[in-house]
Design a protein around this ligand. Structure first.
Ligand code: 3SK
Length: 511
């Protein structure tokens, strides 16, 4: 993939390089079947043209709240090709989150999978959003349908763009406040494909890829869209939740060679009865989202003679910038800088950390975001003189590899997805039986993070198993499902500082 200055449209570059030799090669296998590179190119043009015909103008945002599929890829790349700015959204959010994001982004259009229409529709109504919803698959006739709009068969001219101009946004959660729009540039997709997928992983045209992380995550977008298209490989896209019972047979039936997962999934796949048959075509696995426990990496290699390459990425950097290397994995460490990226560990007194000393990881590299949409203060705090502050604390081991040591704030990564403790606490205290709540991450038997809530019941209320189950259900109904506390412990009071701040580290140590 050529990344040039000046006249450069990332979508055009990604797809057109495949057409001369691979028009008849399978690009995507999704719930509806197999689609060639030629068909994908035509669908990108049809979806881009449909969005323009619906009134979107260059620079307008298009929210994509879609399950992984050919059309999700086509709407994402079709928007970019047409000069629009796609913003893929997490499909697991609640109406209130969609209300915030639709209003914040000022999106003109939202393309939405039918099973999410109710939540997005409710969010749009409560925000008084003036945009238009397009249903991405057959739904009730109240919505216009992508299948009716995307019928054009002619080529779509690529909108002229500069490689440094904004191309798409991703929404990222913060420790406080609502998700922020992270603005990414045209050139960044190509940089992640070249620097990580090609130079670190050695991804090839004959690979078949499956990513458990969905396309709306930065991790999934790279794994399942940018990377395969950048080398002309084949990707399997699945609308369902990636559970072991779904993933094992999928890896075998499609002869997947490269699998991208997260530590919780690797742990549950190892523990599943299907693990015995393995997936013989696998040649490399990748993990990110949270640190891969050494034991899981070792057991995977013992069972399958295949390495899991653990790495660290962020939405702000678009993909992985610290990584282990195939053939030289150091279990329990996150690895070293991805080529093209510089790292530094900065201590609390603003020095470079010495070997073994703790510091906040700062990263500099070509795929860094341009900033957060409409958030000048948060942008200034994160993007500083070309460096991006990750908020993650690391130390360097004796071999110079980075070892994760926790967050500088209270954010939790659960199954690779950010969870804000304050958001979960706010949901719990809405329940009439709850006086106060504090949420922390605790580690399970596999050394993976789980959400735990310490709850102080109101006077006269008994904190028992029944109430704990009621509170879990209550939180689940108000939050994205991955955020609800899996453990609840009732306590008479929360440990606090003299100024009344909850001492979360005391609760974390309690476990
Ligand atoms: O969430 C992450 O940790 C991540 C990992 C790889 C690439 C991108 C991201 C956001």
């Amino acid at each position: 993939l050529q990344v040039s200055k000046g006249d450069f449209n990332a979508a055009q570059a990604l797809i057109e390089a495949n057409l001369p030799r691979r028009a008849n090669k399978i690009a995507i296998i999704d719930g509806a079947g197999a689609h060639t590179y030629g068909e994908l190119a035509a669908r990108i043009d049809a979806c881009g043209a449909a969005l323009l015909a619906e009134g979107a103008r260059p620079g307008d945002r298009v929210a994509l709240c879609m399950l992984d599929s050919l059309d999700m890829v086509a709407c994402f790349l079709g928007s970019i090709k047409a000069g629009l700015i796609p913003a893929p959204l997490n499909t697991l959010l609640q109406a209130g989150d969609y209300a915030h994001i639709l209003a914040d982004s000022g999106a003109r259009l939202a393309v939405v999978s039918s099973h999410i229409l109710d939540r997005v529709g409710a969010g749009a109504a409560s925000a008084g959003w003036a945009g238009r919803i397009i249903a991405s698959d057959p739904s009730d006739p109240a919505h216009c349908q992508l299948s009716d709009l995307a019928r054009s068969t002619g080529p779509l001219a690529a909108a002229p763009a500069d490689s440094a101009a904004p191309a798409f946004w991703l929404y990222s959660s913060g420790s406080t406040g609502r998700p922020k729009g992270v603005i990414h540039r045209h050139a960044s997709l190509g940089h992640t494909a070249d620097l990580f997928a090609r130079q670190v992983l050695g991804l090839r045209e004959d690979d078949v890829i499956y990513s458990a992380a969905k396309l709306f995550f930065a991790y999934g977008l790279g794994n399942a869209l940018t990377f395969p298209l950048s080398v002309g490989a084949t990707v399997v896209l699945l609308p369902d939740r990636p559970t072991p019972e779904v993933v094992w047979p999928l890896l075998r039936s499609h002869d997947v060679t490269m699998f991208f997962g997260v530590p919780t999934l690797y742990a549950s796949m190892l523990a599943h009865p299907e693990a015995a048959s393995g997936a013989p075509a696998l040649r490399l696995c990748v993990s990110a989202g949270e640190p891969l426990p050494a034991e899981i990496g070792r057991r995977w290699r013992e069972h399958y003679a295949t390495e899991i390459i653990d790495g660290v990425g962020s939405t702000e950097m678009l993909h992985i910038f610290v990584s282990n290397r195939p053939g030289a994995v150091r279990h329990g460490a996150s690895g070293i800088a991805t080529p093209g990226y510089e790292l530094r560990l900065v201590t609390e007194d603003d020095r470079e950390a010495a070997e073994g000393e703790l510091g906040e990881l700062h990263v500099r590299g070509p795929s860094a975001a341009a900033g957060y949409w409409n958030q000048p203060e948060k942008s200034a705090a994160t993007f500083q003189d070309g460096w991006v502050r990750t908020g993650d604390r690391f130390r360097r081991d004796e071999a110079g590899h980075f070892v994760y040591c926790g967050r500088a704030d209270d954010m939790l990564k659960v199954s690779g997805i950010w969870v804000s403790p304050t958001e979960v606490e706010a949901a719990l205290v809405e329940h009439e039986a709850v006086l106060e709540a504090a949420v922390v991450g605790v580690t399970d038997q596999n050394n993976l993070t789980r959400v735990k809530a310490y709850v102080v019941p109101r006077a006269g209320v008994e904190g028992d198993v029944l109430l704990a189950e009621k509170l879990k259900a209550f939180a689940k109904a108000r939050l994205a499902p991955y955020k609800y506390p899996r453990q609840i412990e009732f306590v008479p009071e929360l440990p606090k500082t003299a100024t009344g701040k909850v001492r979360r580290h005391v609760l974390r140590e309690q476990g």
